[in-house]
Design a protein around this ligand. Structure first.
Ligand code: NDP
Ligand SMILES: N[C@@H](CC=O)C(=O)O
Length: 339
């Protein structure tokens, strides 16, 4: 039997626009493979919402600029009025900018969505880092699910490996290169004749740096990802205050050249490690030895290494940071919601 899932998107920025294009390309394939018609019925920007109960025209929408400008241009083309935001559909796709202090607009959108009995797929991290335990409780109370591959390194499978591939195994530690922007800066400085500032500018042009790039450079984006992975996989309720966080700002080209003499490389490592009854979380730049598989993670790629009691060490490398990869991670979560 054919199913239908109505999606409302909050935050029509770089990732959401890629998602709209991807869904437009794949909608027939999704019907064929999963017997499900995914329709975007609403898009909410900071100016308000466009809503069409039978689905927005995705090929028109993704030709328009991102942000509220695109939303208002779509409204005038289709003669729609800009409505006050209202979460009505089956799935919320949350794509607003990450705000770690307050949870940002995402927190209120997610609460409204759960009240309206919607599942959530989030690529933004703010609300999850701020209030994941509370949101999960609300989701359970409403019989809903929250999926957040897009917030835990997106195109690089991380949470799925821990939840599904390592189910039943005792994970002893997780180490990862989880931020594409900082890894791109380190690789560019190590391999090219380019400054920190130039490399950051290139990462911003690729659309992968956070709106506030300090989140990438100072290690906070990596910290959010390892925190969400740790709380999700070890069922802890740790916060950013429980972590030591250091970024890449102090690493110089000279430091990199010194490391290279012995075949080593500087990488920004996010780690979660069991120590007795405690789980220690930290983010800091480390010099990796040539035999460490994470040394091969170059450019905007990322990587994760799980150490387990029963299955040994498992490493996954690739999943470059890229808006299309983040959109694809959100689509994967939606497909897994209906499986
Ligand atoms: N870029 C990437 O590769 C990845 C990004 N992420 C995460 O995904 C999220 C989105 O990233 P990205 O698309 O790059 O970000 P953008 O800044 O490109 O897009 C965010 C959009 O949200 C809109 N917005 C701002 N405030 C509100 C509000 N109150 N209500 C509704 N919409 C609002 C803005 O448009 P306007 O104000 O004009 O309406 C803006 O276009 C971030 O949280 C980021 O951390 C995760 C994985 C990868
Ligand atoms: N800023 C992040 C992308 C979103 O998570 C990165 O550079 O990897």
């Amino acid at each position: 039997m054919m199913k239908q899932r109505k999606i409302v998107i909050t935050g029509y920025g770089t990732v959401a626009k890629e998602f709209v294009e991807l869904l437009d390309q794949k909608k027939e394939e999704l019907v064929e493979k999963y017997h499900t018609e995914f329709k975007v019925v609403g898009v909410i920007g900071s100016i308000g919402m466009i809503y069409e109960p039978d689905g927005l025209n995705l090929s028109v929408l993704h030709q328009l600029p991102k942000g509220s400008l695109g939303i208002s241009q779509y409204a005038s083309r289709k003669d729609l009025s800009i409505e006050s935001p209202l979460l009505k559909g089956d799935i919320l796709l949350e794509c607003t900018p990450t705000n770690l202090e307050t949870g940002g607009p995402a927190l209120s959108y997610m609460k409204q969505a759960l009240e309206a009995k919607m599942d959530i797929v989030s690529v933004s991290k703010g609300a999850l880092v701020h209030s994941l335990p509370e949101l999960l409780e609300r989701a359970t109370a409403n019989g809903r699910q929250i999926k957040y591959s897009g917030a835990t390194a997106a195109a690089l499978p991380t949470l799925d490996i821990g939840e599904f591939s390592l189910a039943g195994s005792n994970i002893l530690s997780i180490k990862g290169i989880l931020n594409g922007t900082s890894n791109f800066i380190l690789t560019s400085m190590s391999e090219g004749n380019i400054t920190f500032g130039e490399a950051l500018h290139q990462a911003q042009e690729k659309g992968i740096a956070e709106k506030n790039p300090d989140l990438d450079i100072k290690g906070l984006d990596s910290a959010c990802k390892i925190l969400l992975l740790a709380n999700g996989l070890f069922h802890t309720k740790l916060t950013l205050k429980d972590m030591a966080i250091e970024g890449i700002e102090k690493i110089t080209k000279a430091d990199m050249q010194r490391a290279k003499i012995n075949g080593c490389e500087w990488k920004l490592i996010a780690a979660a490690k069991k120590q007795g009854d405690r789980l220690i979380l930290q983010v800091k730049p480390e010099i990796l030895a040539p035999e460490n598989p994470l040394i091969h993670v170059k450019g905007t790629n990322k990587g994760i290494l799980f150490e387990t009691e029963e299955m040994g060490t498992i490493c996954c490398v690739g999943g470059a940071s890229h808006p299309k990869g983040a959109a694809a991670a959100a689509l994967k979560d939606m497909i897994n919601l209906i499986r």
